[in-house]
Design a protein around this ligand. Structure first.
Ligand code: FAD
Ligand code: UDP
Length: 375
């Protein structure tokens, strides 16, 4: 078999690049995917109860980028959806990201009012303050509040999720869920927030539906790489795998997902409830909130963080911290030695904590700058 491009993996990064190369350059692409489906970690399917579930954990689409939104809108219609998250703190369910409503849910009104005034004075209304920044800049009652939020919302959740404390990770990790001096209970504030009306997998199916694109499932690229003729490779698989772990394994975090279907219409008040301090799970997501389906049963997914062990489970999260970037730098030097014959794109291949929209933006950028421009 002879193709122009061999693409390793069939997730977001791969689907965007395959679609662009096939439709804009009229070149032939072979996608090789180790799993039995397309879509990568955003893969979803209808379970035996007819509920649309996300096999690898809840995926909520949100972006500020009109470019990413417009691009994906060519392959899916959308169901507008604002994700809401509650966190269980001292037995009460409070809005996450922690905001002014969370304050009033946890403290007596006069004290909550005092804390609100202090937050407004120091930062102003509508401002998002990462917890590590709040802890540094606070004194007096604000220092108490910062420590309270750190201890009750972030510390134990982060230890469960990463086996590290918040300050042992890049600040951007806990900064994803900043304290929000506002009464907006939505998890995200991006302009575009929606779920693909017929699911992510259907959207990917439409992206790949082109005569120039072939997909080989259930195949590790290493099994076939010597049997295929191609000009260039795009790798969306983990970068350390590609280089046969020559500098050792890059650490990733994994998760175990437990799905339960209950014989009742709804289980919880919102899409996701976080359990920072209780149990081994970090959160429970009720899939029907994400899909908007009306059905008599409901399916929940519980997330149990795990160490990643190659060959045993899947790498889901790069672990953003300095020492891992140093190891990554060694692999990036090897990438340079390949003189552009292999392009590394995506969350695993670049070892970057990309959200879906960032994966799309990055893949479109790679297409424009490193592929279309060079042909
Ligand atoms: P992937 O989707 O990981 O695709 C890589 C593909 O390569 C996989 O299919 C893998 O099987 C395949 N592969 C690996 N090795 C090989 C090999 N040797 N041979 C062949 N194939 C191989 N983003 C959001 O925007 N919103 C969310 O709510 C959200 N929630 C998330 C929840 C969880 C639990 C996780 C893990 C991620 C979440 N994300 C979310 C991030 C989102 O999943 C990623 O941004 C996106 O999937 C990245 O796409 P990708 O193509 O880079 O990687
Ligand atoms: N986080 C936390 N408590 C929460 C929510 C988030 O400590 O209630 C921290 C935790 O370290 C987590 C990070 O913020 O890994 C990012 O959270 P996000 O919900 O963005 O994670 P993802 O959806 O990517 O798993």
């Amino acid at each position: 078999m002879k193709v122009d491009w061999l693409i390793i993996g069939a997730g977001y990064s791969s689907c965007v690049l395959a679609e662009r190369i096939a439709t804009q350059l009229a070149q032939r692409v072979l996608i090789v995917e180790r799993r039995d489906h397309i879509g990568g970690n955003a893969y979803d399917f209808y379970n035996e109860h007819g509920i649309l579930v996300h096999k690898y954990g809840p995926h909520i689409f949100h972006t500020k980028s009109k470019k990413a939104w417009d691009y994906l809108s060519r392959f899916t219609e959308w169901r507008h959806y604002y994700h809401h998250v509650l966190g269980v703190v001292e037995g009460k369910k409070v809005p996450i990201p922690f905001n002014l409503n969370s304050l009033y849910a946890l403290f007596p009104p006069h004290y909550a009012q005092k804390l609100e005034n202090l937050l407004l004075e120091h930062f102003g209304f509508g401002v998002k303050v990462p917890i590590l920044k709040l802890r540094e800049s606070a004194s007096g009652d604000l220092e108490f509040l910062a420590n309270y939020i750190y201890e009750n919302v972030f510390l134990h959740y982060t230890i469960k999720q990463w086996e590290l404390k918040p300050e042992q990770l890049d600040r951007g990790v806990t900064g994803r869920v900043p304290v929000y001096i506002s009464r907006d209970n939505r998890y995200f504030q991006d302009r575009y927030q929606a779920m693909p009306k017929h699911g992510y997998t259907e959207m990917f199916r439409r992206m790949l539906n082109h005569p120039n694109i072939k997909v080989l499932l259930n195949t590790d690229y290493r099994e076939i790489i010597n049997d295929i003729k191609f000009n260039r490779i795009i790798c969306t698989a983990p970068i350390d795998t590609f280089f046969d772990y020559m500098y050792g394994e890059l650490p990733y975090r994994s998760l175990r997902f437990q799905f339960d279907t209950l014989d009742r219409e709804y289980y919880q008040e919102v899409g996701t409830v976080n359990y920072p301090n209780d149990y081994d799970i970090t959160r429970i997501t009720e899939q029907k909130y994400l899909s908007g389906q009306t059905l008599p049963k409901t399916t929940l997914v519980m997330e149990y963080p795990q160490a990643y062990v190659p060959g045993k489970n899947d790498p889901y999260y790069p672990i953003p911290r300095e020492e891992n970037r140093e190891l990554l730098a060694l692999y990036l030097k090897e990438v340079d030695n390949l003189n552009g014959t292999v392009i590394f794109v995506g969350r695993l291949a670049e070892y970057k904590y990309y959200d879906m929209d960032q994966a799309v933006i990055r893949a479109l950028g790679v297409f424009e700058k490193e592929i279309a421009n060079c042909i």
